[in-house]
Design a protein around this ligand. Structure first.
Ligand code: SAH
Length: 366
């Protein structure tokens, strides 16, 4: 098995390099490349060629490699299918926006939560990701932005300096089932990549003890709650976790977090429809009544509701609703004084919804 250099401490890396008969300073050069996210040794042009060749034979740079890279037609979104050392696959998405570059990071290979609308959970949970595996996803995105610069692609707007500026832990997996590693990863992202707490968001389906743990940790990050229904009956039908932690309990823990850190709470709400016998779409969680119920839960709190048009997953028994229905739902929230916006679909043309790419690849392999 090849040694993964990114996983070595500075001391171990130095030993590894000097054992190859190289001077110590070479290990510093290698470390710099690793920290930039170098995908292989051939790019390390300040190393002698024979060392680069030797390293390629016996080592890897990062604890993951790119299996597929998909670019959206507007070039703003790049989605990566990544393979870990044990051949598990995960996804990671780079979004170039006018306010900065955001990376959507996966926290687990697969997911155990079983939400009925989601692709990520269809193959179950494989395992938690390590701190390094999460950090390396950001480095993959950072390297991609470096490629942009080399191809003379300008950052998307003046407020964008061309580096990764935002992290959202919203990829495959439930971060609060892997809280310790997620915290370790975010601490490193903050110190080593200078990503400020306010530009970090953790999204959860509502694991109350995990939310409380983040609260104790005390960093002023943003929290997003995947709510998706305005009452326990409906929520339990689509999100099994609701049988364990009830909707109001989840919201109370989340409000406590956002109040303690003086942050706006993000509420994610996928608008779902279902096909009836005549093949027309009926609203599932997106009726006027649902909008009013949702407003009542949130009124008076500092929240932003992100309305998410459902990204179709063939294996799932839902349907997307019309743009008009989405706007009607939003209008009711606004009328009730609840801040809301409709999440722009990014990279819909490259299967950017949770777990679609990984699922497709697993099926193609069979
Ligand atoms: N487990 C965490 C983070 C991963 S899911 C959570 O539940 O928040 C990230 C977000 O994508 C969640 O809000 C999830 O509900 C949503 N999502 C999952 N499948 C989707 C789909 N097909 N279309 C749109 N959003 C989806």
């Amino acid at each position: 098995m090849k040694t993964i250099l990114f996983n070595l401490t500075d001391g171990e890396l130095e030993q590894f390099i000097t054992q190859l008969g190289q001077p110590r300073f070479r290990s510093k050069q290698v470390r710099e490349w690793l920290n930039r996210g170098a995908p292989d040794f051939s790019v390390m042009k300040n190393l002698p060629e024979d060392l680069r060749n030797k390293l390629s034979e016996i080592a890897e740079t990062l604890p993951l490699k790119i299996v597929k890279r998909l670019q959206s037609s507007d070039n703003q979104t790049t989605k990566f299918l990544l393979e870990l050392n044990d051949c598990e696959q995960i996804e990671c998405v780079l979004m170039r926006t006018t306010y900065g570059n955001s990376v959507c990071v996966s926290s687990q290979a697969g997911c155990a939560m079983g939400c009925k609308f989601c692709a990520s959970t269809l193959l179950g949970l494989k395992r938690n990701l390590t701190v390094n595996e999460m950090f390396a996803q950001v480095l993959v995105a950072q390297w991609e932005l470096r490629r942009d610069k080399m191809r003379d692609i300008k950052p998307n707007g003046d407020a964008n300096n061309g580096d990764v500026s935002h992290i959202v832990v919203m990829g495959t997996g439930e971060p609060l089932q892997n809280t310790e590693n997620v915290i370790g990863f975010l601490e490193r992202a903050n110190t080593e990549l200078n990503i400020s707490w306010r530009r970090i968001t953790v999204s959860t389906c509502g694991i109350v003890p995990g939310i409380n743990e983040l609260n104790k940790w005390g960093r002023p990050i943003n929290m997003a709650i995947s709510l998706h229904a305005p009452d326990d009956d409906l929520r339990s039908q689509i999100m099994p976790i609701n049988n364990k932690y009830k909707l109001q309990e989840v919201l109370d823990a989340a409000f406590a977090f956002s109040d303690a850190h003086n942050r706006q709470l993000m509420i994610e709400y996928i608008l779902l429809g279902q096909k009836d016998k005549n093949d027309s779409v009926v609203l599932y969680n997106a009726s006027e009544e649902h909008a009013n119920k949702l407003s009542k839960l949130l009124q008076g709190h500092n929240v932003m509701v992100n309305l998410i048009p459902w990204n179709t997953v063939d294996e799932r028994d839902f349907a997307s609703i019309s743009g008009n229905a989405v706007h009607r739902f939003q209008d009711i929230l606004i009328k009730n004084g609840v801040h809301t916006r409709i999440r722009r679909e990014r990279g819909a043309d490259i299967g950017s919804a949770c777990g679609q790419l990984r699922l497709k690849n697993a099926k193609d392999k069979k």
